[in-house]
Design a binder for this molecule. Structure first.
Ligand SMILES: C[S@@+](CC[C@H](N)C(=O)[O-])C[C@H]1O[C@@H](n2cnc3c(N)ncnc32)[C@H](O)[C@@H]1O
Length: 236
């Protein structure tokens, strides 16, 4: 599936990921070389998983480990108390990407205890409390290979993910090329970044702060889109 086809399918799955964020996940997964696997923390009904898996299938078909305890009822099945795992399985099968997804029905913490594969790309979108996101970071950062990518959802307006990436990604000595697309912050892990990398990361953090302020203004959608294009250009 190409991006257009994936968008059609992913948008039918209940979730919070924007099209821009989906395309980013698609491309990050497509670029994986197979030096490690892809991990997702917080799959829910599979919207982001389908984007990742579809991108991976367009590239080197790197396996995706989709971690979620699936212990909350599927939101659009009001009253039925269905767990999201049933919905997840149905959605990845319908999308034709179930062959490269390995679901792990555990919390990130439980899964990390026995997970021993090198990770080339991780997307963190689980519990959004600061302590939980920080724990996800601490548990999974060591498993990511140098050159691998860490991506975090909801880093603009959610206090938990925002504080984690601001302090431990943008200001870290172990990441370069930190960028953001809509609410996703993503960065490449390195043994040690350079002064130039650190200055660039701080510059992108400044752009993120401007976006955070702008998101609080009641701007029209076309104006927001123009702003996002400008921010994208400024990050190049
Ligand atoms: C915001 S939703 C994920 C949305 C999904 N990525 C998408 O694109 O639609 C958060 C998910 O994190 C899961 N979750 C909560 N705590 C978790 C934990 N400790 N480890 C892994 N997943 C967790 C929840 O079950 C829920 O399905």
């Amino acid at each position: 599936m190409n991006i257009k086809e994936t968008k059609k399918i992913a948008n039918k799955i209940f979730g919070w990921l924007s099209d821009r964020e989906g395309e980013l996940l698609f491309n990050l997964a497509k670029n994986c070389k197979g030096r490690g696997v892809i991990v997702e923390i917080g799959s829910c009904n599979g919207r982001s998983t389908v984007w990742l898996a579809s991108g991976s299938k367009s590239g080197n078909k790197v396996k995706i480990y989709a971690i979620d305890p699936h212990s909350t009822p599927s939101k659009h099945q009001k009253g039925k108390r269905n767990k999201s795992f049933e919905e997840f399985k149905k959605n990845i099968k319908n999308a034709g990407v179930d062959d490269i997804i390995i679901p792990i029905v555990k919390t990130s913490e439980e899964a990390a205890k026995t997970f021993n594969k090198p990770v080339e790309l991780i997307f963190i979108d689980g519990d959004h409390k600061y302590e939980s996101v920080k724990l996800d970071f601490d548990l999974w950062f060591p498993k990511v290979i140098n050159g691998g990518i860490m991506a975090f959802h909801d880093t603009l307006s959610w206090p938990g993910p925002k504080k984690v990436v601001d302090n431990f990604v943008y200001k870290s000595k172990h990441f370069k090329n930190v960028k953001f697309v809509d609410s996703i912050t993503f960065a490449q892990k390195v043994e040690q970044n350079t002064l130039r990398d650190r200055i660039k990361n701080r510059y992108v953090l400044l752009l993120k702060k401007i976006s955070e302020l702008a998101s609080k203004l009641h701007l029209s959608e076309p104006i927001k889109d123009i702003g996002k294009e400008i921010i994208k250009t400024l990050q190049k």
